[in-house]
Design a protein around this ligand. Structure first.
Ligand SMILES: [Zn+2]
Length: 308
């Protein structure tokens, strides 16, 4: 039997110092992620026999190297989530040289900690631009997972103009163009898209609307069975931790009123829903559901090695 006949599921985790409770980046949050969020994930993956991929920012890895070290014994993959999650240093704002610099530095931080080659990348906030494929290729990355085809909630997030390209991105894995990760072409970067059926299949969506998530995953499971797409679920350990609310006003990052209301205010309030330990049973429900659907749980690199 060919391995390609199986249905694959990639459980992906973005590990960073974002405090969702306070809408800021905070090293203290990173510490709670290390001590509380990560153990919840690792324990659940052990129970469901899941090999997952963790994308770390260079910042959190440097701050708490144990957060990277702790995933290695269980056979999970260490991936790169850029150097920093600061909004003004998102990849869609960086030049080619700056992207190469960020990728080189974060890759080195991670590889020095985990003693394995890091070849998978997910951009912070999924923000990428025309230089990203070349920057990835020049720094030894093989796989990207920053594109969410047909995901339509981009106006709730930053860099939404670039994300309009998601509308026409392929739904199956593909080699990207040399100047565009959202299109297939003759480049060397292998894209594994993040599942969406208008709405994304992510921890955030799972918390905002458990009902819509059930609908979304129902269609995605049908689709992945029919077309052999991989199922890619995205969660953050910082979604599973409780924190004290210290910042009461919403940080205004948007330039105009419209995107302030949508991008900052609405997003902030939505993101508090079912946040923290309340999200753990919702998360377990996803794992249980996916396991019942008989997916083979693989890491990003394992998937790449089967289909490259
Ligand atoms: Zn992130």
């Amino acid at each position: 039997m060919s391995a390609k006949k199986e249905k694959y599921c990639l459980i992906t985790n973005d590990v960073e110092t974002t405090s969702l409770w306070n809408h800021i980046l905070s090293d203290k949050t990173g510490e709670i992620v290390l001590k509380e969020g990560m153990p919840v994930l690792l324990e659940a993956y052990k129970r469901y026999d899941i090999k997952a991929t963790f994308y770390f920012t260079g910042h959190i890895a440097k701050l708490y190297p144990d957060i990277v070290r702790m995933i290695v014994p269980d056979g999970h993959e260490v991936g790169c989530h850029g150097l920093t999650h600061e909004s003004d240093k998102a990849f869609d704002k960086l030049t080619l040289e700056q992207q190469i610099d960020h990728l080189t530095r974060s890759k080195e931080i991670l590889e020095n900690i985990c003693n394995q080659e890091v070849v998978s990348f997910r951009a912070p906030a999924l923000r990428i631009n025309q230089f990203t494929p070349e920057a990835l290729e020049k720094t030894g990355f093989l796989i990207d997972s920053s594109v969410a085809p047909q995901r339509m909630d981009m106006f709730l997030s930053f860099g939404s103009m670039n994300k309009l390209q998601w509308i026409f991105a392929p739904r199956q894995h593909y080699y990207t163009r040399e100047d565009n990760l959202t299109r297939s072409g003759s480049g060397k970067i292998f894209e594994i898209p993040i599942n969406a059926m208008f709405l994304p299949y992510t921890g955030t969506m799972m918390r905002i609307s458990p009902f819509m998530t059930k609908m979304t995953r129902y269609f995605l499971v049908k689709e992945t069975s029919l077309f052999k797409h991989p199922m890619v679920f995205l969660i953050h350990p910082n979604e599973l931790i409780d924190e004290e609310i210290t910042e009461t006003k919403v940080n205004r990052r948007a330039k105009n009123f419209f995107s302030y209301m949508l991008g900052d205010k609405l997003r902030y309030h939505l993101k508090l829903k079912n946040l923290g330990t309340k999200a753990i049973p919702l998360f377990e429900d996803q794992l249980e559901y996916l396991q019942k659907k008989n997916y083979a749980f693989v890491t990003t690199s394992q998937y790449y090695n089967i289909f490259k």
